[in-house]
Design a protein around this ligand. Structure first.
Ligand SMILES: [Zn+2]
Length: 313
């Protein structure tokens, strides 16, 4: 059996984020990458109106509060320069490689958000991308470290030497688990601070209702949910305690708890978790494997888990 890389050991740098200036340089580099490929620069972007500015600032404040709750001593940098809003058509035209997505976070500085009719939906996307950004800032790499084979953005471990299809697309380990954690963080923050947010941003709709009604990466969130439920049961502690450890880990690099997955569910379980595909599309084979992986973490039957492992790998 192929040895699974213990990615949280390599390239994880839970130290101070880089200075603003260095980040700006990285952003400039990323922009020139686009320019060199004649991808026009933000021509479809919506203007940064006071209303949009307010949304970024309100969300940034929520992150600040949440970091306090989690006992994280540093602040993420959410400068206004970082975020760019697009309408659906503008986003799809601007980023043909990401058509249909709600947004993306640039590794260093450029983060795009699709603006929806419902303000709450836009806010949820913004929270999601901000969570990625906060993790990315923590794991900002130096030039030297960029030569590492693996580095992390949250729970996702990027394999630098791999090619996963498209341009600049690298194989990302634990991508689905990471997206689930990010979306769950976004949902919980929006619900926790829903009253302040609604008041501040003049939102009529019930943000909790909206969050429960529809959000991104449903299958990944469900997977994270089942892992939390099982870990809590196996460890004999509160689910919330398990979740807080997971939530905090994405921003601080404290991820050693992941080893518990192999200890508690059995050897090879981390590889099973890694095999879950965040966005399976209509690929029947991938969809069927995802179902098996979900079942793997759901069942208490050891023999069933062993059997599933042989089918999944
Ligand atoms: Zn995401």
């Amino acid at each position: 059996m192929e040895k699974f890389p213990f990615v949280w050991k390599k390239g994880a740098r839970p130290e101070d984020p880089l200075l603003q200036k260095q980040r700006e340089e990285k952003a400039e580099k990323q922009l020139s990458w686009r320019r060199n490929r004649e991808i026009s620069e933000w021509s479809h972007e919506l203007p940064l109106t006071p209303e949009r500015k307010e949304m970024i600032e309100a969300a940034a404040l929520v992150f600040e509060k949440q970091f306090e709750v989690l006992g994280i001593p540093w602040k993420a940098e959410f400068s206004l320069r970082l975020f760019h809003f697009f309408d659906r058509e503008g986003f799809d035209t601007q980023f043909p490689e990401s058509v249909g997505n709600d947004g993306f976070h640039g590794k260093y500085d450029i983060t795009a958000v699709v603006e929806e009719k419902e303000k709450g939906k836009t806010l949820l996307t913004l929270f999601h991308e901000m969570a990625h950004v906060a993790s990315a800032q923590k794991y900002m790499l130096t030039e030297e470290e960029e030569k590492l084979l693996l580095y992390r953005v949250g729970y996702a471990g990027v394999d630098v030497n791999s090619q996963n299809g498209g341009v600049d697309e690298k194989k990302t380990h634990f991508d689905a688990f990471n997206e689930g954690v990010v979306e769950m963080s976004a949902l919980r923050m929006m619900i926790r601070y829903k009253e302040t947010l609604a008041k501040q941003l003049d939102i009529d709709e019930d943000l909790e209702e909206l969050a429960n009604k529809g959000h991104a990466y449903k299958n990944c969130v469900a997977l994270v949910g089942i892992v939390i439920e099982k870990l809590a049961k196996l460890e004999g502690c509160e689910e919330l305690k398990v979740w807080k450890r997971i939530e905090k880990g994405q921003y601080t690099g404290e991820m050693m708890w992941m080893r518990d997955i192999d200890t508690l569910f059995g050897r090879g379980s981390l590889r099973v978790l890694d095999a879950f595909v965040a966005d399976p599309g209509k690929d029947a084979e991938v969809l069927a494997r995802n179902v098996k992986i979900f079942r793997y973490f759901q069942t208490d039957d050891l023999a069933e888990r062993e059997q599933l492992q042989t089918e999944i790998h």
